[in-house]
Design a protein around this ligand. Structure first.
Ligand SMILES: Cc1ncc(COP(=O)(O)O)c(C=O)c1O
Length: 384
């Protein structure tokens, strides 16, 4: 066994199943391990590295900020924080922001804001939704294996069937504080919501006066081929949760809310020591600027289509779902295919026995997509 794997096994709380690879550095869409192997990275730190590993523009902005100021807390005003909030307002159309350090924290804050501003307690989430691992976010996360050992969690929570308007109608009522949804379920293996279903959520919102929270932690910042998945659907939530690729791997997240929701919030309702620190905000601003400058939202769309076309030609591929560079692919044996691809220098993530997820940096080039497709094609010879 690699000496480092052994050291990890002695000192780490054993929560993770890791791939047997020690990554040492990365550049663009490529990762390099301690044995000198290189891999085309179609995982991107679980949909976080949007503008590529070692992005010189983002890194130089981080370095500059590092020397100027790292942290002062929210007791003070800092420029990068205000600039980032203004930028997010322009991009999302939501009006007020709070910064966090991770996705699950964004969801925690969103749930608190919903309860505070509606005065109601109940949350409705969906079968196969994933919203995070802290107690509040976990309460609205579907997988029972994650939730059950930690009960009692927040309640009442109801899980409606995804894309079933009947199940949705049976779950929401006057006690509902918020409906939280992933417009494209990521961790579950990339399953998009249907537009009619999302429309029904908004009709019911008007009837029962709950808030709609879009969890765009995975879909945000160009991943799904638009700046946000909500732009594909054409609906505006009351609250949006963001994180993952916001800082290109630098821990950063945000909650965005409408002015209407903001009227129900009071000073002191929520807080964070590190959230919105100048370094994380600068990393996020630089990442967003790079996405804009290099037209990476469009590249996400174009490269996603290239992947889709190539994959659909492979006879062992049973289904391709998703949009932009957020694709779920149903195959015969996802775990074995993932191992085969890794041995041949391509990293993908198996989300189930039958599904792999493709979520590379948005900077991926046509040549790199074709390299990935050629290696995947080789899997065919392994399929009996
Ligand atoms: C949609 C969604 N929400 C929330 C989270 C939790 O984010 P984090 O792992 O940063 O806490 C994730 C992470 O995979 C996610 O995909």
């Amino acid at each position: 066994m690699n000496e480092w794997f052994e050291r990890e096994s002695r000192v780490f709380i054993q929560f993770f199943n890791r791939y047997p690879v020690l990554i040492e550095h990365g550049k663009g869409c490529w990762l390099y391990d301690s044995d000198g192997n290189r891999y085309l990275d179609l995982i991107a730190g679980i949909a976080c590295i949007s503008v590529g590993h070692g992005n010189e523009y983002v890194n130089s902005r981080i370095r500059e900020q590092l020397d100027r100021l790292v942290h002062v807390s929210n007791l003070f005003y800092t420029k990068p924080q205000i600039e980032l909030a203004e930028k997010l307002r322009e991009l999302t159309g939501l009006e007020r922001f709070f910064f966090t350090n991770s996705g699950t924290e964004s969801v925690e804050g969103a749930l608190k804001i919903a309860r505070r501003t509606t005065g109601k307690k109940k949350f409705v989430s969906f079968v196969n939704d994933f919203h995070g691992r802290t107690m509040g976010a976990l309460s609205v996360t579907w997988k029972e294996k994650f939730r059950e050992p930690f009960e009692p969690l927040i309640r009442p929570v109801e899980f409606a069937e995804y894309n079933s308007t009947e199940s949705l109608e049976n779950s929401v009522d006057r006690e509902t504080s918020a409906v939280i949804i992933e417009l494209i379920q990521g961790e579950a293996g990339v399953f998009p919501a249907e537009r009619e279903f999302v429309k029904r959520i908004f009709e019911l919102r008007d009837e029962f006066e709950f808030l709609v929270i879009f969890d765009e932690i995975q879909t945000g910042f160009g991943r799904a081929g638009e700046w946000f998945a909500k732009d594909i659907y054409g609906f505006q939530p009351d609250i949006i949760t963001l994180a993952k690729s916001m800082g290109n791997g630098f821990p950063a997240g945000a909650i965005g809310i409408s002015e209407d929701v903001h009227r129900g919030v009071e000073r002191g309702d929520h807080g964070s020591t590190f959230g919105g620190n100048p370094l994380a905000c600068t990393a996020s601003l630089a990442t967003i600027e790079y996405i804009e400058k290099e037209n990476l939202v469009e590249n996400s769309r174009r490269m996603g289509e290239r992947f889709r076309k190539g994959l659909e030609k492979m006879d062992f591929v049973k289904e391709v779902r998703g949009s932009g560079l957020m694709l779920g692919v149903t195959v015969d044996d996802a775990k074995k295919m993932q191992e085969y691809l890794m041995e041949n220098g391509v990293l993908v993530n198996a989300t189930s026995e039958k599904d792999i997820r493709i979520i590379p940096p948005l900077t991926i080039s046509p040549e790199e997509v074709d390299i990935a497709l050629a290696v995947m094609e080789g899997w065919k010879s392994k399929v009996v």
